[in-house]
Design a protein around this ligand. Sequence first.
Ligand code: C2E
Ligand code: MG
Ligand code: MG
Ligand code: MG
Length: 291
Amino acid sequence: DAKRDATKNVTLFDPILLYARQMRTKLVSELRTAIDAGQLALYYQPVVDMATGRIKGVEALVRWNHPTRGLVMPDEFIPLAEESGAIVDLGRWVLRTGVAQLHSWAKSVQLSADFTLRVNISVTELQRLEFVDEVRDVLSNWSVSPSQLVLELTESTLVTGTESERYSLLGLRQLGVGLDIDDFGTGYSSLNYLRNLPVDVVKVDRSLIGNVVEDASQRRFVAAILELIQSCGMDVVFEGVETKEQAQVLRSLGCSTGQGFFFARPAPPAQLESILRAAAEGSFLPIGVSF
Ligand code: C2E
Ligand code: MG
Ligand code: MG
Ligand code: MG
């Protein structure tokens, strides 16, 4: 129709859009070389048992050390990687690097047997039929038990529920890998759909807990969500815990697992190793905190 044609003309001749498109193309091609050039890095953030202060595991979060732009955050390039297909190579690099790191930590620091590494994966990776085999190979290469790996999938990307996704989810589950729904509360999947997914843990998005301390109605809302998830037989992890008060409120509502700047920011492996070492000696919790 006419409206569409009009938009078409605008996009064709708008120099700003043309420029934006060129930048995008440039970034995509840079991203493809970034993996081989060793410009990607994994940061790790502890996942904490808020009742005891014990570190239950870490989440791997990718960063891009861009030669001219500096440290680029994943929200800026993961969507691009997904659209361009580069996410498959990127995801493979993340999985290998994370699992290799866990293997190395298992030797250098004292980790509990149920310590887990959480890795974010994109639905594009999940839809590949080879995915489960690749995960199995990486784990066996590094002698890491499948139960020590948890894959995180964002709620909003899972709503399609295709056959290939289901195939991979069941394969991963059979392998013994843990599955999380990430960013719960930001998507729009039906609760019934969530209930039928083969996942063990729901990570509640930080946008839901922002003012849980000040706002009683927000607190009731979070309490209801907690109960709902738990009544589906799943565990809850709260993301974005930034203050002691938030941690205490969440605990009082019956949620024992949290992750956030209050406990520790995502950090490079060496820094995380000192945290893990301190935790093994019982001195990890932020100063002044007693649970
Ligand atoms: P996510 O998986 O939900 O990861 C949590 C994000 O929240 C991280 O952002 C983390 O730095 C941030 N965060 C943690 N605690 C706090 C807090 O207390 N306050 C605030 N304001 N933020 C907190 P980051 O590292 O920028 O990652 C953003 C997203 O990029 C991730 O969200 C995940 O969806 C995606 N991502 C990161 N690494 C990978 C990866 O290797 N593969 C894929 N497919 N996606 C990734
Ligand atoms: Mg995540
Ligand atoms: Mg999240
Ligand atoms: Mg996210």
